[in-house]
Design a protein around this ligand. Structure first.
Ligand code: ADP
Ligand code: MG
Length: 727
């Protein structure tokens, strides 16, 4: 057969125009596509038990002679087809619902019938409903049964048997045209088999070990491209010129020279240096760490200190920093950000902090003012709700540099905002900002500001490496001292009475409580209504003699502020709220949280909510109220009871729900792997990452003939990614 890998599938032996059309639906157009249309599962038919040994509840392969086929009409003109197959040991029923054509296929088959599926108990015989099946016509070839058989993703009208033959025909006629994209040295060092061998084995495995080896290589290759791309992106930014902050001078207590003007005149610079030298005496200032100690009302934890050190290390380099700081709820990320921004400001630059919501931006502005204003640093808030006079004023401050730290939402990256000399950017992202917004803010800076991304939601390491692999990672893995771990309980709705009684006892001791209302719907309006109902129930019932407040997303900002303020000042005992309290709220005296219908929330979200308590000196409690029935749902509640470690919870969330459902990750195209499975293959991802980093370190531009194919595949990937971003 002539033609290359770009040959249309219809020309593959046994395919033809009709099947080719069906293949289009699966995204398979060329021979190349067909070769990489890989089996999703396999049937291991090397051991087929006697039919009598197949037990209800087991997934088995059975083989037998066809004894009888009968079609029974049921209501609505539909048909149930039953076929009995038997061997020496016994017989079993195969059933098909509304697929009358199967009868003809069964009756025309000359050999034994082989079928695969879940056995269910039946009245006379056990049965397998809608089995994968085929007739055995040839004991050894591709249709032979005593082997590991691939099962391909199908589409209506494309039977498994034909898919298998098409794949095999493609392998037989075209496999020799598939070029090895990976360098030989890499295959050897990673103990990977060649691509042709792997494709052969993945489509028609000799044995289980060969299948595993073949898959390993394909997964590795898929991960490698992703990781190479991220490593390239990283090394590109590392080669860009950025700001070298005079951190050493600041730490030594010297007052560093002001940042050079954009077009530095060498003579002026030299004169200034001389001037500075002459004024050595005047340049003595307070050492940076002493300023930090003076600024913070507490001692930094070891982890905070280490992370700040890592950031300072990046800041002093003349390349733009791109660092992700991961820390569990309450780990003290804001303090870390404040210290880094202080260093930037003391270097003569402006800093900006971007938060995902107005509430959070305001909270940050308030907190930062408390810390930084005593040091004479001006913090301005820039959010959408400012009136035009306020906005103008803030724009002016940002432009002339009197605003040294700007805190805001998306409003920070609006067109009218011009910074005098933005040098340091913090993005508090909670997954809500994409790469593009990070870039928009960075572009507001003079010559590549340093960027620090903070994320409160712990992401499993595997996902961090795929989503943020272009960033360096710092983890605040220690909570401030004296925090008592929150005690979490899981209760049925029938036990609500005693639960609320216990909460009353805590209120009597002077504590405060949150009650989170059930997640009834995505709609803010419905949520508000649910919150109002719960508020009415509690303020007339369990808490009729307590001061109860209400907080939901449909309230006006001033109303929300008033309620939050009252709760903070302990003018309220109980706050009934929707998930609006998920982020940022910090009331140390609140020591108990009840989450109604907790099963309706994701684990990471429950973790965020629970993080609102346990912020003070008191023992804190979280009660998850849920009437759950499935094992899965119970397992999820048990995870919450068992651990307060956000990383563990995120891992469990990933295991239980899969990567597509993890908060905020839906739109990330990088998650679509052809062969790889992020959970199952996480070890290999790590290996591929290390490998990619080594490769790019040694050969940052992938020069050389042996990398030609890899370069080509990478640029293909990049244009795919670009297309996804635009559409
Ligand atoms: P995060 O943003 O990581 O959730 P925050 O920065 O809001 O955490 O800090 C949570 C609480 O802990 C705040 O009240 C903060 O003042 C306090 N805190 C932060 N760091 C320390 C520390 N080293 N020692 C004591 N309290 C701290
Ligand atoms: Mg925070």
């Amino acid at each position: 057969m002539g033609g290359g890998l770009e040959t249309e599938v219809q020309f593959v032996k046994g395919v033809g125009p009709r099947l080719a059309k069906l293949y289009t639906k699966l995204g398979v157009v060329t021979v190349d596509d067909l070769l990489f249309h890989l089996p999703r599962k396999y049937q291991d038919r090397r051991n087929i038990p006697p039919i009598a040994k197949a037990r209800p509840g087991e997934v088995v392969t059975v083989r037998g002679r066809l004894r009888r086929v009968e079609a029974r009409p049921i209501s609505g003109g539909r048909v149930i087809l039953k076929a009995i197959i038997e061997d020496e040991s016994g017989a079993i029923n195969l059933t098909w619902f509304n697929q009358p054509w199967v009868r003809k296929q069964l009756e025309e088959s000359s050999g034994d019938i082989i079928a695969y599926g879940l056995v269910k108990a039946g009245t006379h015989l056990d049965e397998i409903a809608a089995p994968e099946w085929e007739s055995v016509e040839d004991e050894d070839g591709i249709d032979g049964f005593a082997r590991i058989v691939p099962l391909y993703p199908l589409t209506e009208g494309l039977p498994q048997k034909l898919a298998r033959r098409a794949a095999q025909a493609a392998v037989d006629s075209f496999i020799n045209l598939v070029e090895e994209p990976l360098p030989k040295s890499l295959l050897e060092s990673q103990k990977l088999k060649g691509v042709q061998w792997c494709l052969r084995q993945i489509h028609n495995p000799e044995n289980e070990e060969a299948r595993i080896q073949a898959r390993r290589r394909l997964v590795f290759e898929e991960f490698l491209y992703l990781q190479l791309e991220l490593a390239l992106r990283r090394s590109e930014t590392q080669q860009e010129l950025g700001i070298a902050f005079p951190v050493d001078a600041l730490i030594a207590g010297e007052d560093p020279a002001p940042p050079a003007p954009a077009k530095a005149d060498r003579k002026v610079e030299a004169a200034e240096n001389l001037f500075n030298l002459l004024n050595e005496e005047k340049r003595k200032g307070e050492p940076l760490w002493e300023q930090i100690d003076r600024m913070l009302p507490f001692a930094l934890t070891g982890a905070q200190r280490r992370v700040i050190g890592e950031v300072f290390e990046d800041m002093r380099l003349p390349h733009p920093m791109n660092r992700l700081v991961q820390g569990d709820v309450g780990a003290g990320k804001t303090a870390v950000a404040a210290c880094c921004m202080l260093a930037a400001v003391r270097s003569g630059y402006q800093a900006a902090l971007m938060a995902p919501t107005e509430i959070l931006a305001e909270q940050h502005a308030k907190g930062l003012r408390r810390l930084l204003e005593p040091l004479g640093i001006q913090v301005d808030l820039l959010v959408g709700k400012l009136n035009s006079r306020e906005r103008k004023h803030t724009y002016q401050n940002v432009r002339d540099g009197s605003c040294q730290i700007a805190v805001g939402t998306h409003a920070l990256i609006q067109d009218g905002v011009e910074f005098k000399n933005l040098g340091f950017v913090v993005v508090d992202e909670q997954h809500r900002f994409g790469v593009l917004q990070r870039k928009a803010l960075r572009d507001k800076g003079l010559g590549n500001p340093d960027v620090l991304v903070m994320t409160a939601t712990p992401i499993p390491r595997t996902l961090t490496m795929t989503l943020y692999g272009d960033l360096d990672l710092s983890v605040i893995d220690e909570l401030p001292p004296g925090r008592k771990p929150i005690k979490t309980h899981f209760k049925r709705r029938a036990d609500r009475g005693p639960v609320y009684e216990n909460v009353r006892a805590l209120l009597d001791q002077g504590r405060q409580a949150y009650v989170v209302c059930p997640m009834v719907s995505e709609s803010e309006k419905m949520m508000a209504q649910a919150a109002e109902e719960l508020y009415a129930e509690l303020s007339n019932g369990s808490f009729s003699d307590k001061r109860v407040g209400l907080l939901h997303g449909q309230m006006k900002p001033v109303e929300k502020d008033a309620v939050m303020d009252a709760f903070r000042k302990h003018e309220l005992d109980v706050l009934v709220a929707t998930t609006v309290i998920e982020v940022g709220v910090d009331v140390p005296n609140a020591s108990v949280m009840i989450i109604e219908d907790a099963n309706r929330f994701g684990l990471s979200q429950l973790h965020q909510l629970r993080g609102r308590v346990g912020r003070g000196e008191h023992q804190s409690y979280c009660v998850l109220v849920a009437d759950v029935k499935t094992d899965d749902a119970i397992a999820r509640m048990d995870v919450m009871v068992a651990t307060t470690d956000g990383f563990k919870i995120a891992e469990e969330d990933l295991n239980l729900r899969g990567p597509g459902n993890l908060a905020g990750t839906e739109q990330h195209g990088q998650m679509d792997f052809k062969v790889a499975d992020l959970i199952q293959d996480s070890k290999l991802l790590e290996v591929a990452r290390q490998c990619a980093m080594r490769i790019i370190e040694e050969n940052p531009r992938l020069v050389g003939e042996e990398w030609y194919k890899v370069r080509e595949n990478l640029s293909k990937r990049r244009s795919d990614v670009a297309l996804v971003t635009v559409s």
